[in-house]
Design a protein around this ligand. Structure first.
Ligand code: SF4
Ligand code: SF4
Length: 203
């Protein structure tokens, strides 16, 4: 869960329509129309990335009149389906997928069960990626992949369609880099060797 206190805004006239704000937005809150960004306040998770990236320095964050609570509550979704998805991906329900917002695996899986079909929709529904935007991406993608979602990244967006993790590395790679102790870590985290790559192109 995230409580979003700010929302992005910008000065229209000097905007050069470069689209960079749209490209970096993690929650799909910006779309371009006639070379100007349209910001959907309901989707903005207040990360400030667009403000940091705007080359014309014409974007800013303004305080919301009412903070936006962004979350997927357990009672909103079928918990059996959430548990099955977590099990398929090999992700613990209570582990913090997003270490900035402390959003747990159960909430990310809940968003997908509720209907999120891509990373942007998961972010908009949970507030995930409103902080560093780094560590949460791979496990969230793994859950999306486990749910059978289309893993094609949006054009120019800065994430890769890979959920590379201990589960995805081949035995050959583990053997090639013994100093990385990959096999040992795998034995620790996945002693029964239940999990593996969801798609072989990730290996
Ligand atoms: S979510 Fe972040 S990048 Fe997107 S509009 Fe809001 S502040 Fe800008
Ligand atoms: S990044 Fe700045 S200049 Fe570029 S489209 Fe967005 S608001 Fe306009």
């Amino acid at each position: 869960m995230a409580t979003v206190k700010f929302v992005a805004d910008y000065e229209v006239e000097p905007c050069i329509g470069c689209k960079l704000c749209d490209i970096v937005c993690p929650s799909g809150a910006i779309r371009m129309e006639a070379r100007k960004p349209i910001i959907d306040d309901a989707l903005c998770i207040g990360c400030g990335r667009c403000v940091d990236r705007c080359p014309e320095d014409i974007m800013w964050m303004k305080e919301r009149e009412v903070p936006l609570a962004v979350t997927v509550l357990p009672e909103e979704v079928d918990q059996a389906a959430v548990a099955a998805l977590l099990e398929k991906a090999g992700i613990e329900a209570s582990v913090s997928i997003c270490v900035c917002t402390l959003t747990p695996g159960s909430e990310i899986a809940g968003a997908i069960v509720k209907g999120a079909k891509n990373l942007e929709e998961v972010c908009a529904m949970t507030g995930m990626r409103s902080g560093c935007g780094i560590y949460c991406v791979a496990p969230a993608l793994r859950l999306l992949e486990a749910a059978g979602c289309d893993m094609t990244p949006p054009g120019q967006h800065r994430w890769y369609p890979s959920t590379l993790s201990l589960y995805d590395l081949s035995d050959e790679v583990c053997a090639k880099y013994p100093d990385a102790f990959i096999a040992e870590d795998r034995a620790l985290f996945d002693p029964d060797q239940k999990y593996g790559p969801l798609h072989k192109e990730n290996v």
